[in-house]
Design a protein. Structure first.
Length: 216
């Protein structure tokens, strides 16, 4: 019996390619579409009995909810505007109900800020009051003594921070974490704590006082 050669031929699949089509997203004329439009601006928005304040710096922001001029909650982080949507990612926060969840709004050319659920706030807009601060100017150590307790506060150039307090030979406070400067605010987040339940995030304005807008 002769063996019959079985040969098979296969055709290589035909390759196909298509060019990607560039589609432009229409800009909403009634909405702010560029982040630089709101940079160096403060939006003070009335919301019932409270006021919401948005302070926009160079890619960073500080947000506060105030009732009777008292800060009830705050958060600070990074922002951008994509497709006429203001995206705010909090990296530091304090007060009730705050979380590291991205917020989305739209900013109207009529100075209204609208939340994702459609609720709008009428806002007063003004220019940022102070010049930006340089983070490197605050690198160093600060020491103080109060009520028999020695305090040391350290800010390092690598963005880490440390707060220590010693009473005699006993360490009564220790916090370590990260820090940044947003505009003229300092924000600090502590991720290592000696005393559970103590404050994990703080922020503060590095410049105070009223600036005469005509004379500076």
């Amino acid at each position: 019996m002769k063996n019959k050669d079985r040969s098979s031929s296969s055709e290589s699949p035909k390759s196909s390619s298509s060019e990607a089509i560039k589609a432009s997203v229409a800009v909403q004329k009634s909405k702010v579409s560029k982040a630089e439009t709101i940079q160096k601006k403060i939006y003070g928005c009335a919301d019932g009995d409270s006021t919401r304040t948005f302070k926009f710096f160079d890619g960073s922001y500080v947000y506060e909810t105030l009732v009777n001029d008292q800060v009830m909650n705050w958060n600070a982080g990074r922002y951008d505007i994509q497709r006429s949507t203001l995206l705010m990612l909090p990296l530091y926060y304090g007060g009730g109900g705050a979380s590291r969840t991205m917020f989305s709004y739209s900013v109207g050319t009529d100075n209204k800020i609208t939340a994702y659920n459609g609720e709008s706030m009428n806002c007063m807009v003004e220019e940022v009051e102070y010049e930006y601060e340089n983070a490197e100017d605050f690198v160093g150590e600060w020491v103080a003594t109060k009520d028999g307790i020695d305090w040391m506060f350290t800010l390092k150039a690598d963005g880490t921070s440390k707060l220590e307090a010693v009473e005699g030979t006993k360490k009564v406070e220790y916090k370590a974490g990260t820090w940044e400067v947003y505009g003229y605010y300092m924000v600090i987040d502590f991720n290592k704590l000696l005393n559970p339940g103590s404050t994990t995030s703080m922020y503060g304005q590095l410049q105070t006082g009223t600036v005469d807008r005509e004379t500076g």
